[in-house]
Design a protein around this ligand. Structure first.
Ligand SMILES: C[S@@+](CC[C@H](N)C(=O)[O-])C[C@H]1O[C@@H](n2cnc3c(N)ncnc32)[C@H](O)[C@@H]1O
Length: 304
């Protein structure tokens, strides 16, 4: 054990002590919040309590409980990793939350945080023309969107595709956690290339959309995520363009596409000035999620 950890250990006895110490460490060091929390206190709770195998919302009286030496040493090490190596908390605790659901996460996969979550829990603000029985999640990552949708729409079947075999292993693990093996099917596919010949009522996607120059400027935390989940060429449209070109062949005539492009919204609008993107309202933060119907897609697909 190094001297710094030894010194810190002597002053830390309870959960409250370690919460106070960790939050001071986070608040006094230049780290970036954005992988599930947006402030030092929530970051502390999300690191410390799962490391003790406790839920985030334990009654605060339990904060007086004493820690074992092993627990204290482990948390101090994790806090140091978070600060010195800028590793996002979900990669240290192996858990992340999306739509109120807990997901297993590790460095093989993008950390769930899409604003699409808010649309799922609000049943897409009633924008879907009918119940989505057949759904496709393109670039499923941890499977968070596919699983959350399958839970919100219990009569649906969801195909969850990803180009990354590593990501699919984690999606598969999460699908099993929620006993959804019969309704959420992980498929290894480069976009639509390996799909069954089926048409979908809803195609939803949070594809990679960060352009090359922005990738270089991202805080260090993002560089722990798989590059294939973020990087999308010079203008950020590399993957979205392919989706727009081919998606029509996989939609029902009443089907819709919902796609997140974040701040790449500006580049997308410039690139396709004639496409009537319907930008969805997001009240919990985030930006750049659009919807297009089959009919709208049909009217411009030949021009892409
Ligand atoms: C931004 S992450 C989104 C993950 C997950 N849907 C979420 O919201 O947390 C994008 C995902 O798309 C996958 N991906 C990238 N290029 C792809 C392609 N050509 N075909 C299928 N999936 C792709 C990546 O492996 C990654 O898992």
């Amino acid at each position: 054990m190094n001297n710094r950890i030894q010194e810190t250990l002597t002053d830390i006895h309870t959960i409250l002590d370690i919460l106070r110490w960790s939050s001071s460490q986070f608040n006094s060091n230049p780290i970036f919040y954005g992988h599930g929390t947006d402030n030092f206190w929530d970051e502390t709770l999300h690191l410390v309590l799962p490391s003790l195998h406790l839920p985030i919302n334990i009654p605060t009286e339990i904060y007086q409980a004493r820690l074992t030496q092993k627990e204290r040493t482990n948390i101090i090490k994790l806090v140091n990793y978070r600060i010195n190596q800028r590793i996002p908390v979900p990669y240290l605790t192996h858990q992340a939350w999306f739509c109120g659901l807990k997901f297993y996460i590790d460095k093989r996969v993008f950390i769930p945080r899409s604003p699409i979550g808010e649309l799922i829990t609000s049943y897409f603000h009633n924008l879907l023309p009918h119940y989505p029985y057949r759904i496709l999640d393109v670039g499923t990552g941890s499977g968070c969107i596919a699983i959350a949708i399958a839970i919100v729409y219990p009569k649906s079947e969801v195909d969850a595709i990803d180009i990354s075999i590593d990501a699919l292993k984690i999606a598969e693990h999460n699908i099993k956690l929620y006993n959804l093996e019969h309704r959420v099917i992980p498929i290894h596919s480069d976009l639509f290339s390996k799909l069954p010949k089926l048409k979908y009522d809803l195609i939803i996607t949070n594809p990679p959309y960060v352009n090359n120059s922005d990738i270089c400027k991202l805080p260090k935390e993002f560089h722990h995520e798989p590059m294939i989940s973020l990087s999308a060429g010079n203008n950020g449209l590399k993957v979205v363009q392919k989706i727009l070109k081919n998606v029509i062949h996989h939609l029902n005539i009443n089907g819709i596409l919902i796609c997140e492009v974040g701040s790449t919204k500006i580049a997308l609008k410039e690139h396709y000035p004639n496409i009537p993107f319907h930008w969805l309202q997001l009240s919990n933060g985030g930006e750049g999620v659009f919807m297009l119907t089959y009919k709208q897609l049909l009217s411009f697909t030949n021009t892409i």
